[in-house]
Design a protein around this ligand. Structure first.
Ligand SMILES: Cc1cc2nc3c(=O)[nH]c(=O)nc-3n(C[C@H](O)[C@H](O)[C@H](O)COP(=O)(O)OP(=O)(O)OC[C@H]3O[C@@H](n4cnc5c(N)ncnc54)[C@H](O)[C@@H]3O)c2cc1C
Length: 377
């Protein structure tokens, strides 16, 4: 807003007590203990001050009145607004059991990361439930600390929903090769505990995985509970139009925003760091310009994950029903750690919907343009 020349009063409300910080390092450098927590801070205090912002930390929004243009806070205070951007992100999904036991964690915030990190120093046996990006990274980081780690998922491979089963199979090989016990295609049916502390995770085939620490990483849900009575359209996030507008003078951005992506030809909600920045810029510009001048938000999504010494990056979408075609590099050396390739994801009609680089950041950049065509092309 300030970069675009907005000079009026700016208030940012956040329920965490910490100043804004970056989440990607949490499951990687911070959990590993390689970074001091403050390194994940997004802006120094002086930079925040330069924004001339009323920063309300430790402050939860509990309601929105779009007609009266007010946001209600947990202590009952009402904040009036001329323009509002909703960027409340996600909350971790939980299992219907186990979370009352000590040793069972979720990981979304820096404080949750530090609590988990503190428990890793005693050399626990770790079970990670959910092998999406977050669970796979936590498995890699904890295994990298030399811990005994099991990774469980209902899907046949790690990252099956994110990058399909072919690349997911390589990710599985990588974890197996590093000594992670993979339990794929398995449901967790329960946890056992002793004296209030978790002792094991039980799977649907009767397998009992001994555990001192369990991390539940089974996805997240948009943090929209505070908007339930607002009248805003909610369905897997805040439903916006193509310009990120949810209601007059109300926009949404980041993990919580669900909008019709012009070139994807469908509604999307992205849980990617790059999108959080780009969509925030788009929403801020569109709020300032007003609906008549607003521009549709049509990014080519970019995401990444770092596991062990492997960096996987994606442009666009990499669904499991797409055909995967290797266009650059080598995948036939028998050692998953040595892989270095770029894969294109194509629909039945041959349209490229995504590109993935495995340790191939530079080569991948050349394929970004391949995923830019509209859905109808
Ligand atoms: C551990 C971890 C690792 C990740 N790694 C990667 C990665 O490697 N690559 C990648 O592309 N992406 C990664 N991501 C995803 C990326 O961090 C998110 O896409 C990004 O943080 C989204 O930003 P956001 O501002 O939309 O939401 P968030 O970062 O979730 O911020 C939302 C904020 O709103 C606050 N809030 C929620 N409800 C309320 C309320 N009612 N009142 C006041 N405040 C509220 C929350 O406390 C939170 O601070 C990772 C995420 C996590 C958790």
């Amino acid at each position: 807003m300030r970069r675009e020349g907005f000079d009026g009063a700016l208030t940012m409300v956040g329920e965490e007590l910490r100043a804004p910080y970056d989440r990607p390092p949490l499951s990687k450098q911070v959990l590993a203990g390689d970074w001091e927590p403050h390194r994940s801070t997004l802006r120094q205090d002086t930079d925040l001050q330069r924004l001339r912002m009323n920063l309300r930390l430790g402050c939860r929004a509990t309601g929105l009145d779009t007609a009266g243009r007010t946001v209600t806070l947990a202590d009952g205070e009402r904040l009036g607004y001329d323009g509002l951007i909703i960027a409340t992100g996600l909350r971790p999904r939980r299992l219907p059991f186990g979370h009352d036991l000590a040793g069972v964690h979720v990981l979304r915030t820096l404080d949750e990361t530090l609590t988990l990190r503190a428990q890793l120093t005693a050399g626990p046996r770790v079970v990670v439930i959910g092998a999406g990006f977050l669970g796979s990274e936590i498995a890699a980081t904890t295994r990298g600390l030399g811990l005994d780690v099991a990774l469980v998922d209902v899907e046949p491979t790690p990252l099956a929903r994110q990058v399909g089963t072919w690349v997911g199979g390589l990710v599985g090989d990588m974890h197996r090769d590093r000594g992670v016990r993979l339990c794929m295609g398995r449901h967790v049916t329960g946890m056992t505990g002793e004296d209030g502390r978790v002792t094991a995770v039980v799977l649907d085939d009767g397998t009992r995985l001994p555990a001192d620490v369990v991390v539940v990483a089974i996805g997240s849900v948009p943090a929209t509970e505070w908007l339930a009575d607002s009248g805003l359209p909610l369905a897997d996030g805040v439903l916006c139009d193509a310009t990120c507008r949810a209601a007059p003078r109300v926009y949404a951005a980041g993990d919580v925003a669900n909008w019709p992506h012009p070139t994807a030809g469908r509604r999307v909600r992205l849980e990617q760091r790059t999108n959080a920045t780009e969509q925030a810029i788009a929403a801020a510009k569109n709020l300032l310009s007003g609906p008549a001048e607003a521009v549709p938000y049509a990014p080519i999504p970019f995401g990444w994950t770092d596991q062990y010494d492997t960096k996987i990056q994606t442009w666009g979408w990499c669904p499991s029903d797409a055909r995967v075609e290797i266009v650059d590099g080598d995948t036939h050396d028998g050692d998953p750690r040595a892989h270095k390739f770029v894969a294109l994801y194509k629909t039945d009609g041959g349209r490229v919907v995504g590109a993935l680089g495995w340790n191939s950041a530079r080569a991948l950049r050349e394929y970004r343009g391949h995923v830019a065509q509209p859905a109808a092309a």
